[in-house]
Design a binder for this molecule. Structure first.
Ligand code: ATP
Ligand code: MG
Length: 679
């Protein structure tokens, strides 16, 4: 049982609201997520069956935490059957059962960025267009954006004045056609196809409306049109949709999120009850004051008066660092001091930045100082070549129609199927309109195929078929994966290809991490399958192993490194908001497109409001770019924080090449900011 008295009156109103649309529009740290969690428990305690409850959150981590908390309150048994998921995993769940209605097989693959890239580049090559990775990214970005707006290839309209759009109009239908042939879908398809399924099949629509009688959505301010459409469909019969969000934390417009979804909710769902929360329970007074001071500079927003009854707490530390390396050193220094002073754990610290590439200097320093850390996002663990190679095997074992991955491993590790032979196999498959997998099984029919190559293709097919059988045994998933590693001799191949033995060793260790990932999956999953594992590693990149080499357990006490975007909804006792410079935050893209400055300010606000007790702001005077030092200007957002809330914290003295001493640099810091505003 949970105690309704632990909530404030407004929260209680939201938690006990039973039927009809509900909008909780409230500021950071005011308990929105907590309201959802409590409301789920409350519904269960009032006898609503678990199966009727659906909660959608933004990250897998958030979904897992929410599920754990609900379970704690209502008990394991009472929680069984409810769906607490991200949009993507909800859609995978629906598609797994019904995707055959769209002409796919149920063992479909999910293509992540790297697979998509390979496919698009192939298609670009096929039409003789420039097939650089930049061109592929641009096309993919446009396709993704079309899908987020529910624009299918047939409805995609190129614009005469936009040459890229005509290229997209050519590639998009081909891309969809190939995906279908490979029995694969991409991330955006997961949502688009689910909407399509519900729109085209009345029985399914009815089924899911009845199934999910009570829906709750966290971070609603960041929903895009396809997500909005999905929610609208699911809520169309009962209207029990409860959404919570904060317009000040809308940070995904660049990916098609539409802030109007939250601002127009009352209009779109007539009879909506609106509840506002204004007390912040997360942060100490100074941190909240800084957050309020920054966000009030945004023009278009619903005015909120967030307050806290907490102490002011320490002032916000700021430091203008010499360069990126110095910034990393200052952060380490503060971690040591604060950890000792506040009796904290490493897990109490988070280092936040605007772009993932900023993590490098921190990672190096953390490794150097032997501090365990978890890197979220960035060079995704599953994006590393050595991991993709093994995962490609698993994908082919699961779905041999997946030609992007089939071609990746057909001759990896080398088994004597040369490029010429592969070309002939591809050509034959295109001429006969047969899948590559089929052709490989009848490779003797392909002209000019020598016996050795044919035998190699035969043993490849046998290998895949053998593991298809082996992986069907859920009890032996881990052992089978281990067997596969041994059989493929991947470590040997890595040492052969990689000249630097240390790099080779790291890459082999990374592959071993995959075994850890499988064993964690097995611990967490009652009915494990290979498909389930692949689904997890395709969707759950936010809990991929990615910490320093010394540690390999996921649940370790570690400093968190992540981008501001990934930090949404989370909280940490101590937060370092780094790279507070023009060009990083606000990001330079948005400086040129001035309408985006507000979104950058919201990002800054999200960062500040993650901190519970201590916030440190850092920026550098110069940074290395392409090996050269570049001068940096402090972020305009710094000047929006009243000086009285800040204090300079002592860091290392800059090296001999420092242009000026510390004290001077601190005042210079503010001069710079003020000057920028006078400009
Ligand atoms: P964000 O906007 O960052 O997503 P949020 O509005 O979802 O924040 P929560 O994460 O739910 O806020 O809550 C912030 C913190 O305040 C949590 O630690 C939560 O446990 C605590 N909290 C929320 N409501 C109360 C309350 N009534 N009493 C005490 N603590 C509370
Ligand atoms: Mg929240």
């Amino acid at each position: 049982m949970f105690d309704l008295n632990s909530l404030n009156p407004q929260q209680r109103k939201a938690v006990t609201h039973k039927k009809g649309p509900l909008l909780l529009l409230a500021g950071a740290g005011s308990g929105k997520t907590r309201v959802i969690t409590c409301r789920i428990a409350q519904l269960r305690q009032q006898g609503v069956p678990a199966e009727q409850i659906l909660a959608v959150t933004f990250t897998n981590k958030a979904a897992r935490e929410m599920a754990a908390r609900v379970q704690e309150v209502v008990g394991r048994k009472a929680a069984k059957g409810m769906v607490i998921a991200t949009f993507h995993s909800l859609c995978v769940g629906i598609l797994k059962v019904h995707i055959d209605r769209l002409g796919f097989k149920k063992n479909f693959s999910i293509y992540a960025a790297a697979d998509q890239q390979r496919l698009i580049r192939d298609l670009l090559r096929g039409i003789g267009a420039e097939n650089s990775s930049k061109a592929a990214d641009q096309v993919l970005w446009r396709i993704s954006s079309a899908k987020n707006h529910l624009i299918f290839p047939d409805n995609y309209q190129p614009n005469d004045r936009d040459p890229l759009s005509s290229l997209v109009a050519t590639i998009y239908p081909r891309y969809q056609k190939s995906l279908k042939a490979f029995n694969a879908v991409d991330f955006d398809d997961l949502l688009m196809f689910t909407v399509q399924l519900l729109e085209q099949h009345v029985d399914l629509h009815k089924h899911y409306c009845e199934r999910f009688q009570y829906q709750m959505v966290d971070e609603y301010q960041d929903t895009n049109p396809v997500q909005y459409r999905l929610l609208k469909l699911l809520a169309s019969t009962h209207g029990n949709l409860c959404v919570v969000g904060d317009d000040d934390q809308s940070i995904y417009a660049f990916r098609g999120a539409d802030i109007a979804n939250i601002l127009d909710f009352e209009h779109d769902f007539p009879g909506t009850k609106v509840i506002k929360l204004e007390q912040n329970y997360r942060s100490s007074g100074n941190i909240l004051a800084a957050a309020n001071a920054v966000i009030k500079n945004n023009q278009k927003r619903k005015e909120k008066a967030l307050w806290t009854d907490r102490d002011a707490g320490s002032r916000i530390g700021y430091f203008l660092c010499q360069d990126g390396e110095d910034e990393a050193r200052q952060v380490m220094e503060q971690i040591h001091t604060e950890k000792y002073r506040g009796q904290l754990n490493y897990g109490d610290f988070a280092i936040l930045y605007r772009t993932n590439s900023q993590s490098r200097a921190f990672e190096e320093q953390l490794r150097y100082e032997n501090i365990p850390y978890v890197l979220i996002g960035g060079q995704q663990f599953f994006d590393r070549k050595e991991i993709k190679d093994v995962v490609a095997y698993l994908k082919i074992i699961q779905n041999p129609a997946d030609e992007v991955n089939l071609l990746r491993i057909l001759n990896y590790p080398k088994r004597g199927i040369g490029e010429g032979s592969i070309d002939r196999i591809i050509r034959y498959s295109a001429d006969k309109n047969r899948s590559l997998w089929k052709v490989l099984q009848q490779v003797d029919q392909v002209a000019e195929m020598n016996d050795r190559t044919a035998a190699a293709c035969g043993s490849f097919v046998d290998l895949i078929k053998h593991y298809q059988k082996r992986f069907k045994q859920p009890l032996w998933l881990l052992e089978t994966l281990q067997e596969l590693f041994t059989e493929l001799k991947l470590a040997k191949e890595i040492y052969r290809q990689e000249k630097d033995p240390q790099v080779a060793q790291r890459r082999v260790q990374n592959q071993e991490e995959l075994l850890n990932s499988m064993s964690i999956y097995l611990e967490r999953t009652p009915q494990p399958t290979l498909a389930g594992f692949l689904e997890r590693i395709s969707l759950f990149d936010d809990d991929a192993p990615g910490k320093n080499d010394k540690e390999s357990k996921l649940a370790l006490d570690a400093v968190t490194l992540m981008s501001l975007h990934s930090s949404k909804g989370l909280e940490f006792p101590v937060v370092f908001l780094t790279g507070l410079e023009e060009g990083f935050l606000p990001h330079k893209k948005s400086i040129y497109e001035t309408f985006d400055i507000d979104e950058e300010r919201r990002l800054c606000y999200v960062g500040i409001t993650r901190a519970q007790k201590q916030l440190f702001l850092l920026g550098a005077r110069q940074r290395r770019k392409y090996g050269k030092l570049e001068q940096r200007e402090p972020s305009r957002f710094l000047s929006e924080i009243p000086e009285g809330l800040l204090h300079e914290f002592e860091g290392e003295q800059p090296g001999n090449n420092a242009p000026e001493d510390e004290a001077a640099s601190a005042s210079h810091f503010f001069d710079n900011i003020n000057q920028m505003f006078e400009d």
